[in-house]
Each structure stands twice: as C-alpha cells, then as structure tokens.
Design a protein around this ligand. Structure first.
Ligand SMILES: Nc1ncnc2c1ncn2[C@@H]1O[C@H](COP(=O)(O)OP(=O)(O)OP(=O)(O)O)[C@@H](O)[C@H]1O
Ligand SMILES: [Mg+2]
Length: 272
C-alpha cells in the first residue's frame, strides 16, 4: 500500500482573495467577538468582507449580528448584514443537521459553506473557528488555501498552553500564522487608570517564544458583551470606544500582512 500525501491539494476559493482564520486553543477567549469586530473593521476600511461561522455545534454569528433562523426560500445565502456576507449553521433549523455523527458533520458543513455558498467577490473571508484543533480546523485547511491565521489568547498561562497547540497545528498545515492577539488584556477605569485583571503580556510572550508577530491587545470592555447580546458588534455600535479604535488598527495591521503574503491565486501549486 502506498503512502498517501498527508496534505491534499488545497485550492484557492474563486473570487476570494484571502481566507483569514480567527482561532484559539481554548474556548471562550473571544474568538467569535474578535472575528465579528475584525470583519466589521475591515469593511469599515473599505474591504469587501465575508464572515463564515465554522463553529458548527456552537454557532455565534447569528446572535452577534442580530439574526436568527433564516428561510433560504426567501433569503439567499450568504445573508447580508452590516455590509458583511454571513454564513452560519445557526441560520439553519435543527432539522437540517441530519443524522451524521459529529466529526463528519463538521467536515461536511465546513466544506459546504466554503465551496457551495456563493460568496461573490471578497477581499477577505474571515472564519470564526471553534476552539481547539479538531475537525473544523482540519476541514478548513484541507479544503482551501488559508492565507493566514490569527491566534486569540487571554493573558493567563493556561490559555497560552492551548494557544501554542493551535499555533503548532497551523504550522503543520502550512498555514502562516499572522500573529497573536491578546484579548481581555486589561481594564481601563473611568479614572483613566489601567487595571491588569489577569496577568498581562501572555499574547506577547507566546509570539516571542514562537517567532510570530504580536499584533496587539484588546481591553476588557463590558459593552462588548452588551453588544453581543444586542446583535450589533461594538465596532459598529460604539465606533469611538477605545476598543473599536484598537480593532481598526488591528484590521489595518492584518490587511497589510495579507497584502504582503501573495494571494493564493498566484501561489504556485506545490505537488507533494
Ligand atoms: N474584550 C472583551 N471585553 C469584555 N467582554 C468580552 C471581550 N471579548 C469577549 N467578551 C465576552 O466574552 C464572552 C466569550 O466571547 P466569545 O463568544 O467571542 O468567545 P469564543 O472564544 O468565541 O468562545 P467559544 O470558544 O465558545 O467559541 C462573550 O460573552 C463576549 O461578549
Ligand atoms: Mg466562538
């Protein structure tokens, strides 16, 4: 029996310049929030942006964007809101989830969302990943050429151990890690003083240890959670908040990095 190459030939998605994965090792560090706000920040800067929810069992995009179930008869996918093109398992009724087992189901829907949804022309398709290094990550990296991944961490060390795993996985899948973002980095009081609730600097430490860039930090802002519940991300609802300004800077930094890495459409296809 001959050995199969471990990495199948991924393809660029037609019409989509860059696929950007927002990932983490640990759950609950703010990936979905970061993905949604980065998508909006990129759109504010003039890019054409899609946001795909790759969290098949725990979708967040509909809620964060003020949407619920969608009738595909009347609303074609991807759904458009706030200038973004959106796709999520949360738009589909449970009945569509079929009888497939977890692993194959995740693989099926991630591939389906990537290849069967008419995204049109996009500069960036942002992917909100589930936590960890499981089936969704594998399916994404095996189906399309991912231009880059950003790793979201919180400042604590436990979160870093998992972030390191995620980082290594993208390395193995030959996806460039564009950098780390430290979320919930500090809290700024009304007095202007900076309170470091958790130990600070983990995102930077991880970046230094692994040789990837440190993209920056995002403060804790109670309005972020409020916005999540209201269905309008903070970048849109409170554009003047310090965290919204940080998101715009992050979007610029990421866009510059994406521009420097060649678009998958012009990358030579390497036979393995
Ligand atoms: N900077 C922040 N300040 C305050 N609250 C935040 C911040 N970032 C995220 N949150 C809140 O933390 C919670 C978790 O965020 P989110 O759902 O984005 O995490 P996640 O990493 O996507 O989680 P999961 O692993 O379950 O997918 C949410 O209630 C969100 O509103
Ligand atoms: Mg999430």
């Amino acid at each position: 029996m001959s050995m199969q190459p471990s990495i199948p030939p991924q393809r660029p998605l037609p019409g989509i310049q860059h696929v950007l994965a927002v990932a983490s090792g640990k759950g609950g560090v703010g990936k979905s929030t970061v993905a949604a706000n980065l998508a909006l920040a990129l759109a504010t800067r003039g890019q054409r942006v899609g946001l795909m929810d790759a969290d098949i069992f725990g979708p967040s995009v509909p809620m964060m964007m003020g949407l619920g179930l969608v009738d595909p008869q009347t609303t074609p996918f991807p759904v458009e809101k706030y200038g973004l093109k959106l796709m999520s398992m949360g738009f589909l009724p449970d009945a569509n989830r079929g009888v497939l087992f977890r692993g194959p189901m995740v693989a099926k829907y991630v591939t389906l969302f990537l290849t069967q949804i008419d995204w049109g022309s996009l500069d960036v398709l942002v992917i909100d990943m589930p936590p960890g290094t499981g089936d969704a990550q594998l399916s994404l990296c095996q189906t399309v050429i991912v231009s880059g991944a950003v790793i979201v961490t919180t400042p604590q060390e436990v979160s870093l151990i998992d972030a390191r795993k995620a980082l290594n996985m993208f390395g193995e899948m030959r996806v460039p890690v564009l950098g780390t973002i430290e979320n919930m980095s500090y809290f700024q009081g009304d007095d202007g003083k900076r309170y470091e609730i958790f130990r600070h600097g983990g995102g930077k430490k991880l970046a230094e240890e692994t040789g990837v860039s440190y993209l920056g930090e995002l403060p804790i802002d109670p309005r972020v959670a409020e916005c999540g519940d209201l269905g309008e991300p903070i970048v849109r609802r409170y554009p003047d908040a310090p965290i919204s300004k940080s998101y715009l800077e992050l979007a610029k930094a990421l866009w510059d990095r994406l521009q420097r890495s060649p678009s998958p459409e012009v990358l030579p296809q390497v036979e393995l």
